[in-house]
Design a protein around this ligand. Structure first.
Ligand SMILES: C[S@@+](CC[C@H](N)C(=O)[O-])C[C@H]1O[C@@H](n2cnc3c(N)ncnc32)[C@H](O)[C@@H]1O
Length: 360
């Protein structure tokens, strides 16, 4: 699983349990990101559809949600991974941009990414193996990067993991199938058939995922964009087409309200962060048209950048991080009896530590 800000690692067992208690057989993971939540729903037997605007998220979803672990020809996959792992490095755009002009990866690993990605484009583009192999490459690169988890900056000193050799591994596929959709949630939810449960996990500040994870966008698109700035971001990161209303404080409530209104689901779950732009009361107001709304709150650790502190480019500590923990809000909306039944195990845990949340 790639490092991803806002990823719901800790909330996953709770979300899975609520899905199961609600009896949902079909689910929608809007804003799916790493697909972590969708994977949990699939693991618990639901047919899942994912939505995200990011191309790397679509590739992850084609691998973990669409591909059926029971029917994949694992010998073909293993053989392809062995072939790619054996390729010698061949420095190209990726090495020059992300390892020489910037220092996100060691050049020897960058050269292997270049070589592997070129072969994927040449030999596997139209194969069912493509999203599986590309996911494996993204995850391999993530394991040897030199960041705190976002690609807006790299570390001044190489992270120890960056010195390890890049290694493609077999993605852990789940049995069953699902569907991966790429596009704006506001448009896509309108066209979908009803599901039992929809989970919404929108961005919660102005930092765009498109720029935070620009290297994954480029690795997937393989379009060698004109880079700019110290982090060598994609030039289209400045274009309005790659911005999201969910990253704009004044548009967020209306955009979320649109998705909540249009999504066809018996239960709607929304997770949000208490440091973000909308208060718990505002979130409840957004969900109110769906019926009864239950609010759960879980204490959780802030992302690693906040744990490390605020530093200037020379590495000197320049600021204080105000706090290291925050509250993850989870609101569940729908018919009262169903919501209360689905949330019952977590009522006592609400406002207590996520570390104590049960997993099933
Ligand atoms: C908080 S993250 C989701 C994290 C995810 N639940 C996980 O566990 O990995 C928000 C996601 O919303 C996506 N996003 C931003 N604007 C969007 C839009 N208009 N439509 C669909 N997805 C969008 C981002 O690409 C990002 O992956």
């Amino acid at each position: 699983m790639i490092k991803y800000i806002g990823s719901k690692r800790r909330l996953v067992p709770v979300l899975g349990e609520i899905l199961e208690r609600s009896g949902a057989r079909t689910a929608l993971d809007v804003f799916t990101g790493t697909t972590r939540v969708a994977q949990e729903f699939k693991r618990r037997g639901a047919h899942v559809t994912t939505i995200d605007t990011a191309t790397y998220s679509e590739i992850l979803a084609r691998c973990y949600i669409e591909a059926d672990g029971d029917t994949v020809h694992s010998e073909d996959l293993t053989a392809a991974l062995a072939e790619l792992n054996a390729l010698p490095g061949e420095a190209g755009y990726f090495t020059e941009t992300f390892c020489e002009k910037a220092r996100f990866f060691q050049p020897r690993n960058g050269a292997r990414v270049d070589a592997i990605r070129n072969v994927l484009e040449r030999d596997y583009r139209d194969s069912w193996l493509f999203p599986l192999l590309l996911t494996s490459l993204m995850e391999a690169a993530d394991r040897v990067d030199s960041t705190t988890g976002v690609q807006m900056a790299y570390l001044k000193q190489w992270a120890p993991r960056a010195n390890k050799p890049l290694e493609l591994r077999l993605p852990e596929l789940l049995p069953g199938t699902g569907r991966a959709l790429r596009g704006d949630a506001r448009q896509l939810v309108k066209s979908l058939e009803p599901v039992d449960l929809a989970y919404l996990d929108p961005p919660y500040n102005q930092h765009r995922y498109f720029t935070n994870y620009h290297i994954w966008e480029t690795l997937v698109r393989w379009d060698a964009p004109e880079p700019y700035g110290i982090a060598q971001k994609r030039s289209d990161a400045r274009s309005p087409e790659t911005s999201s209303p969910f990253n704009r404080k004044r548009e967020l409530a209306a955009a979320l309200g649109e998705v909540v209104h249009d999504v066809k689901a018996r239960l709607v779950m929304l997770s949000y962060n208490n440091e973000a732009w909308l208060s718990a009361d505002e979130l409840r107001a957004v969900l109110k048209p769906r019926g009864f709304v239950q609010t759960l709150a879980f204490d959780s650790k802030r992302y690693v950048g906040a744990q490390i502190g605020v530093h200037d480019p020379s590495g000197k500590k320049v600021g204080q991080v105000s706090h290291l923990r925050n509250l993850e809000l989870l609101l569940v909306a729908g018919e009262r009896e169903q919501v209360e039944h689905a949330c019952r195990p977590f009522e006592a845990l609400a406002s207590t530590s996520m570390d104590a949340a049960p997993s099933s």
